[in-house]
Ligand binder design. Structure first.
Ligand SMILES: C[S@@+](CC[C@H](N)C(=O)[O-])C[C@H]1O[C@@H](n2cnc3c(N)ncnc32)[C@H](O)[C@@H]1O
Length: 251
């Protein structure tokens, strides 16, 4: 039961967030600029979309049909609301789904997009499993945690190890791209803005509200402490790790 409660608290915090991971519209558009124009005939699958910050960016920056999937129904419900508010129902379908069991036909999409989510299936595993969904010449764009220096401090290495997070070496990720049957079109690092202004500042505000709502509840406060610790780790070690966007083309 405690673990279940912790998950509920965790979701309560992240459901209140404008996005569920570091990212920013400019980086989404930057990645998109390396793909051919996506018009009405094209289809994009946004995998692990959360409440859809990047889904909406993709809808605004292209004319494509978009399917956005996430396995947490409240995120999808939020995205459905947002899509309706923005009048995008004709082009954006948000669905509950599992990235490990994507039930679409081979070659159904011209672009697969996954910001800050491929780690749930694993970088190399996701690249391999999702490739069949792309039409020949289609693109896969993901952002994923990577070390940005060769000598990260022991404290941050231990932190990610305790979290069970796979922070990859950039060269190893680039090799995995080629080994999985993609050409690496480009990679670039998500700027600090995407971590601070878009993610950790709102997270800090959500945590303050969450703490007031759950004052005197040790389990809830423990969940908030854990998120705060993540913010503190980023503050201290931001030069050591980051999200790298990988823009890949199915060969
Ligand atoms: C760090 S969040 C990123 C969300 C969004 N892309 C963003 O950048 O705001 C990772 C997302 O992956 C979703 N997720 C985790 N496991 C999943 C699975 N097996 N299938 C689909 N989505 C999953 C989570 O619910 C969460 O919304």
């Amino acid at each position: 039961m405690p673990a279940e409660n912790s998950m509920q608290y965790f979701y309560e915090i992240y459901e209140a967030m404008p996005r569920q991971g570091p990212g920013d519209s400019a980086s989404t558009r930057q990645a998109l600029s390396h793909l051919p124009a996506l018009t009405r005939e094209h289809r994009i699958l946004d995998i692990g979309c959360g409440s859809g910050a990047q889904t909406v960016d993709l809808a605004r920056a292209t004319e494509a049909q978009i399917v956005a999937i996430d396995n947490h129904p409240p995120f999808i419900a939020r995205l459905v609301e947002r899509v309706s508010e923005l009048g995008l129902e004709e082009r954006v379908a948000a669905q509950v789904g599992d990235m490990c069991d994507l039930r679409f036909s081979d070659g159904s999409f011209d672009a697969l997009w996954s910001e800050g989510a491929i780690y749930f299936i694993g970088f190399a595993q996701g690249l391999a499993a999702w490739r069949r969904l792309l039409a020949p010449g289609g693109h896969l764009v993901v952002s994923e945690l990577c070390w940005l220096r060769d000598d990260p401090a022991v404290e941050i290495v231990d932190f990610f190890e305790a979290e069970g997070a796979d922070v990859g070496d950039l060269a190893a990720r680039q090799k995995a791209v080629a080994a999985s049957g993609y050409e690496l079109v480009c990679d670039f690092v998500l700027p600090a803005f995407g971590w601070w202004e878009n993610y950790y500042l709102p997270l800090g505000e959500c945590l303050a509200r969450f703490r007031s709502a759950h004052a005197g509840e040790p389990e809830a406060l423990g969940v908030a402490d854990r998120s705060q610790h993540e913010i503190d780790m980023y503050k201290k070690h931001a030069d050591s790790f980051g999200y790298v966007f990988f823009v890949m083309r199915r060969d």
